[in-house]
Ligand binder design. Structure first.
Ligand code: CO
Length: 330
């Protein structure tokens, strides 16, 4: 059986000084703080302590061997997106990070694969970068779950998703730039409360707007972190759709009927949550994703699925690898 971890992140070891190149402040950069350690910076502010597995392919492969992972699919860290920048700056940054991602993969291109990023504030530039990246060897694209005030049902973003469908580029939607931050300054509450809500918001924006009625069924779409709050709150949404016309006005079918239009990763960290997730989404629509090598990721990748006390071995095989092989056409 081939085990595929489809949600991991990379940060290149070095990249150009964007603040200097573009003449604008607060770009991310990596401050190397000691052997194998670094601090991801945004301008002069500490963003997140990080370690070598983010940029060193040899160490990634060692950790994959340790955890029994055959293929790892990497994407950049959302703080590198630059969606609030002028489009030419974000486009250049995206192409630089995309090329650096492939450089990490080139260490072992059978086991390390990459998703590209795009300057999502501009749909034409995003479509262009997706096509360029596909030709260069990226196997999909990671996007943030919103661009400023635009949710995924925004007309331009739907056009971009259609382009990905026609190019055969699977899309991983990653929450970022979390809502309500001013009320969540401590305890990583933005990651614990707002992030799952962001993902749920994106899924519901596609369902309730009727966007899934317009988007091609060829689109391969996956949401990170088990789809955030979606699975647990689907009953509430379904009830609202039945009871209130303002909920169903643009959505012709019950919300639960759209779970065959997208996938989720398995990063939920509890047997009970994973059981509910598979019951809601089905065996075919949950993909192993660890969010490593970050501290909030699964520390021994695949353990939650492998050691699940109730899952059949067939279900485990689907989640651990088969589903991802099909999703990415590997
Ligand atoms: Co992640």
């Amino acid at each position: 059986m081939t085990v595929v971890d489809m949600h991991t992140h990379f940060v290149p070891e070095n990249w150009p000084d964007f603040a200097e190149r573009f003449g604008t402040p607060d770009w991310p950069w990596l401050r190397h703080t000691g052997a194998g350690k670094g601090m991801l910076m945004v301008g002069d502010r500490d963003f997140r302590p990080v370690y070598e597995a983010l940029w060193n392919p040899a160490l990634r492969l060692e950790e994959m061997d340790r955890d029994g992972v055959d293929i790892q699919i990497m994407c950049a860290t959302p703080v590198l997106f630059g969606y609030d920048r002028p489009v030419d700056h974000a486009a250049e940054a995206a192409s630089i990070f995309n090329d650096l991602g492939l450089e990490i993969c080139s260490h072992n291109d059978q086991r390390l694969k990459a998703l590209c990023q795009v300057p999502l504030q501009d749909i034409d530039a995003s479509c262009k970068e997706v096509s360029r990246s596909r030709a260069n060897g990226h196997i999909g694209v990671q996007i943030g779950n919103h661009v400023g005030l635009k949710n995924l049902d925004d007309e331009g973003l739907v056009t971009f998703l259609q382009h990905c469908a026609s190019e055969g580029m699977p899309v991983l939607v990653h929450p970022w730039d979390m809502l309500g931050g001013e009320r969540m300054p401590k305890y990583m509450l933005q990651w614990l409360v707002a992030m799952p809500a962001e993902t749920q918001l994106s899924i519901l924006s596609l369902i309730l707007s009727g966007a899934f009625e317009r988007i091609s069924r060829d689109l391969k779409l996956c949401f990170a972190h088990g789809g955030g709050s979606f699975a647990f709150t689907l009953g509430r949404v379904e009830n609202a759709w039945r009871q209130r016309d303002i909920v169903r006005q643009d959505c012709p079918n019950p919300p639960s009927s759209y779970t065959d239009r997208f996938y989720v990763d398995s990063a939920v960290f509890s047997e009970d949550s994973l059981r509910l997730l598979v019951e809601v989404m089905g065996d075919e629509r949950v993909l192993l994703g660890s969010d490593s090598p970050f501290p909030l990721g699964e520390q021994r990748v695949g353990t939650l699925v492998r050691e699940h006390s109730e899952f059949s071995s067939e279900r485990k095989q689907r989640i651990l690898g088969l589903n991802a092989l099909e999703f990415f056409g590997l």
